[in-house]
Design a protein around this ligand. Structure first.
Ligand code: 6PG
Length: 478
């Protein structure tokens, strides 16, 4: 056995991870269902390090030092199960199987439990950063046992993105914690992207600005608090011109957003755990709305708008841009705050003991949502590891509080002029909801008691009560 780690599944992500490992001096066994892929990897990149190509799964496993570390990088779902089933009889107790694909965390929990029966470690690992990240340093979110992390962690930390001399990789928690955190990362990614898209739409419609002009605004924003990978690539996308038509590239792309499902999982889990991740949900539904083709066709030009043409007056343009920037930042903080609430709830539910400050720390580099402000999140959880609400941390109350008036102006302008800003608006509604001293939920409880005898609690006394709505309306203690 000559390889320290192996990668099976050599589509672009697996291939790039294998190259990243080899470039860091690890001898990497490589395997793919069709051997041609393995050969082309070695032919094209053999010079980057030590690759040990294997034609069969048995040869692949035999090439690995013990405890064996096998990274599986195939399509989530059935294909992952098929590879695991093939591996189980070939492995020995103590070996580690790493699933680095975008698996749904309940699948990871099931697989971990199954492999444990065979004495094997299963490490569901989130990997973010796309092809580029896999090759040059992704953000890595491993779950699984502490013991497996002791053997595997140093290797993953080596190949991860590095920020301020720290690897963007840490043991997130046992079991499915790694894939769970990656799922929420993707949910936040959806929210971030939707918020940016809404900001773009507001600038385009309010200012009548061209895509290229807005590219300049985003590039400028990227030098401040909003500095992040997604803002940076937005500026690049908006500056791009379609070669064929000469039009702004963004204008030739069909406006129907697709998804592979991680955002949907995040929202479904938010519902299961009862965590209001409204920013992520709005972003996911906004994609669904964009793809609702027959509905959009039935509505366009038919549903009355009752709005007037919108043009921000020349003298107010800079102030408007600044308002949109502040609203974007505030909404973004809400989306992250909600995502971190979801992580806390799952950590509690499954006993994962996830350190949220660490999660923010390993998202600072390599991943799609990498951003300057993640440092602020880490600092907030360092101040208080049990912080009940990120938004209520002293830094964020200041940063968001500073933009609330602008946020309100932007959402009301959007409503007045018929520009859909579901993520901006729902984030503001969440902000007002969570800070309200009293909510109309009291009325909902009363209604539930009225029609279904579902009972209510009182503000002034302990206990559970029901009112005899159909009788004398006397209150009884239940
Ligand atoms: C990442 C990305 C990656 C992928 C998403 C895209 O972290 O590197 O999140 O996982 O790009 O799955 O998701 P949709 O296709 O659902 O938009």
């Amino acid at each position: 056995s000559t390889a320290q780690i192996g990668v099976t599944g050599l589509a672009v992500m697996g291939r790039n991870l294998a190259r990243n490992l080899a470039r860091h001096g690890y001898a990497v066994a490589v395997h793919n269902r069709s051997h041609a892929r393995t050969r082309s990897l070695v032919d094209e990149h053999g010079g980057e390090g030590v690759f040990v190509p294997a034609e069969s799964m048995a040869d692949f496993v035999a090439a690995l030092e013990r405890p064996r570390k096998v990274v599986v990088m195939v399509k989530a779902g059935g294909p992952t199960d098929a590879v695991i089933d093939e591996l189980i009889p070939l492995l020995e107790p103590g070996d580690i199987v790493v699933d680095a694909g975008n698996a749904h965390f309940p699948d990871t929990r099931r697989r971990e439990a199954e492999l444990k029966k065979h004495g094997l470690h299963f490490v569901g690992t989130g990997v973010s950063g796309g092809e580029e990240g896999a090759l040059n340093g992704p953000s890595i979110m491993p779950g699984g046992s502490k013991e497996s992390y002791a053997a595997l962690g140093p290797i993953l930390e080596d190949i991860a993105a590095q920020v301020d001399g720290e690897p963007c990789c840490a043991h997130v928690g046992p079991d499915g914690a790694g894939h769970f955190v990656k799922m929420v990362h993707n949910g936040i990614e959806y929210a971030d992207m939707q918020l940016i898209a809404e900001a773009y739409d507001l600038l385009r419609q309010g200012l009548g600005a061209s895509a290229a002009e807005i590219a300049g605004i985003f590039a400028e924003w990227n030098t401040g608090d909003l500095e992040s990978y997604l803002i940076e690539i937005t500026a690049q996308v908006l500056a791009h011109t379609d070669a064929e038509t000469g039009a702004a590239f963004v204008d030739v792309v069909l406006d129907q957003a697709e998804q592979k499902g991680t955002g949907r999982w995040t929202v479904q889990n938010g519902l299961d755990l009862g965590v209001p991740i409204t920013g992520i949900a709005e972003a996911t539904f906004a994609r669904a709305l964009s793809g609702s083709v027959p509905q959009r066709a039935a509505a366009a030009g038919v549903l009355p708008a009752s709005t007037e043409e919108w043009a921000v007056p020349a003298g107010d343009r800079d102030a408007f841009v600044e308002d949109v920037r502040l609203a974007l930042y505030a909404s973004k903080v809400v989306a992250y705050s909600q995502g971190f609430d979801q992580i806390a709830a799952a950590s509690e539910e499954f006993g994962w003991d996830i350190d949220r400050g660490e999660v923010a720390r390993i998202w600072r580099g390599g991943c799609i949502i990498r951003a300057r402000f993640l440092n602020r999140i880490t600092e907030a959880y360092q101040r208080d590891a049990d912080l009940p609400l990120l938004l209520a941390d002293e830094y964020f109350t200041g940063a968001v509080g500073n933009g609330v008036a602008a946020w309100r102006r932007v959402v009301s302008e959007a409503a007045l002029h018929g520009v859909p800003v579901p993520a901006f608006a729902s984030s503001l509604a969440y902000y007002d909801g969570v800070r309200a001293e009293r909510l109309p939920a009291a009325l909902i409880q009363a209604q539930r008691d009225f029609f279904g005898a579902h009972t209510y609690r009182r503000v002034d006394r302990d206990g559970v009560f029901h009112t005899e709505w159909s009788g004398d309306r006397a209150e009884e203690k239940r």
